[in-house]
Design a protein around this ligand. Structure first.
Ligand SMILES: Nc1nc2c(ncn2[C@@H]2O[C@H](COP(=O)(O)OP(=O)(O)OP(=O)(O)O)[C@@H](O)[C@H]2O)c(=O)[nH]1
Ligand SMILES: [Mg+2]
Length: 344
């Protein structure tokens, strides 16, 4: 399915029905009591976060949502029918901007936001009757509907985000740790859109991990896939920085690690300040032992080595991730477990 994480939408709520002016007709009373009913309310356009929705594609296709108008009031004190609200499902994590201003953030399942409230129904003349005014001719018009335009941006909500150069093995790792089945291939930029996976710790707890496209040098200036997908890790408590131990191009893992952090910092200081778990992948390859020793020496600390292919080191990685989440939730610095954590 096509993944859309940004789109525009126009919404229009319905006008309220006008109040009615009517009088009871009786043979011996030229002007009977007032019987004009109220108008019905116009329908509202309401966005609802739904965890089963995972793309803004349906909204990008539809582009506008309009609710109907309320019916006018009638005689015999009959009120006009209100128009139903139009409910639009969006993925959890959808942020609405009106012009430059963020106006709503549907960040949990079931969250609702009335984007355009329907006009209220007008009052019929029956509602103006009083002891001093037994035959009012007053009524009010129904309120106008509203038209608003928004830009929607999807910011996935994950506990942890995967970070790394293309081909580091991010998607392979996600597929190992969760039931997610991202595309995996031996060429860069296999991952073209973010994907979430749920990682169980084996003791009944889970965390959400986001796989995003790889980042390359110059990404902040738009090279490769650029950095637009980083918005999906903006809300993560921490990042999992995956580094390939023996890149086929012969590049140095510690240099590659620095490249990604530099792009991150150029894009967003807030993201760059998030705690990271540094992980070296592909320990199954010959020469990996030497490579990880060099990498650790350059980083000045032990580095957790894993093989997403064979599963080596994944148990340690998962416990480090759960420890990090705890730290992140407690607002800590994310020291992590087993000395594997570091700040970028
Ligand atoms: N030997 C070995 N190969 C691995 C390991 N993990 C991943 N690979 C291979 O590395 C290649 C890239 O893996 P992906 O998971 O697609 O890498 P990615 O980081 O998601 O790449 P992009 O989506 O392009 O950014 C694939 O050919 C994988 O089979 C590992 O632990 N050992
Ligand atoms: Mg990938």
């Amino acid at each position: 399915m096509e993944f859309v994480d940004e789109t525009r939408v126009m919404v229009r709520s319905g006008k309220g029905g006008d109040g009615a002016v009517a009088f009871r007709r009786e043979r011996n009373l030229p002007l009977g009591g007032p019987t004009g009913g109220d108008g019905g309310n116009g329908g509202s356009v309401v966005f609802v976060a739904d965890r089963n929705a995972d793309t803004l594609l349906p909204i990008a296709r539809t582009q506008q949502y309009a609710a109907g108008s309320g019916e006018p009031g009638k005689g015999n004190r009959r009120h006009g029918a209100s128009a139903p609200d139009v409910l639009v499902a969006v993925p959890v994590g959808t942020v609405f901007h009106e012009g430059e201003t963020p106006v709503a953030d549907l960040d949990r399942d079931g969250a609702r936001w009335v984007a355009a409230e329907g006009g209220r129904g007008g009052r019929g003349n029956a509602s103006f009757a009083s002891a001093v005014n037994r035959s009012p001719r007053e009524f009010t018009y129904g309120g106008e509907g509203r038209e608003r335009r928004f830009r929607l941006e999807l910011k996935l909500i994950a506990d942890a985000g995967l970070l790394g150069l293309p081909n580091a093995g991010k998607s392979t790792l996600l597929s190992r740790l969760s039931a997610a089945r991202p595309k995996i291939a031996e060429y860069p930029f296999t991952t073209l859109h973010p994907q979430l996976g749920i990682v169980p710790n084996g003791f009944g707890r889970e965390l959400v991990l986001a796989d995003i496209p790889g980042i390359i040098a110059g990404a902040a200036e738009g090279a490769g896939m650029g950095l637009q997908f980083l918005r999906h890790v903006e809300r993560c408590g921490f990042l999992l920085h995956l580094v390939e131990l023996l890149p086929p191009d012969g590049s140095d893992p510690s240099v590659n690690h620095a490249i990604v952090n530099r792009e991150l910092a150029a894009h967003s200081p807030a993201l760059a300040a998030k705690p990271q778990i540094l992980v070296a992948n592909k320990t199954d390859l010959t020469g990996a032992e030497d490579a990880i020793a060099k990498f650790s020496a350059a980083a000045g600390k032990p580095i957790l080595g894993i093989s997403a292919a064979t599963g080596a080191g994944l148990r340690e990685l998962v416990s480090a991730m759960f420890a990090f989440r705890l730290e992140a939730r407690n607002g800590g610095e994310g020291k992590g477990a087993g000395g594997t954590g570091m700040r970028p």
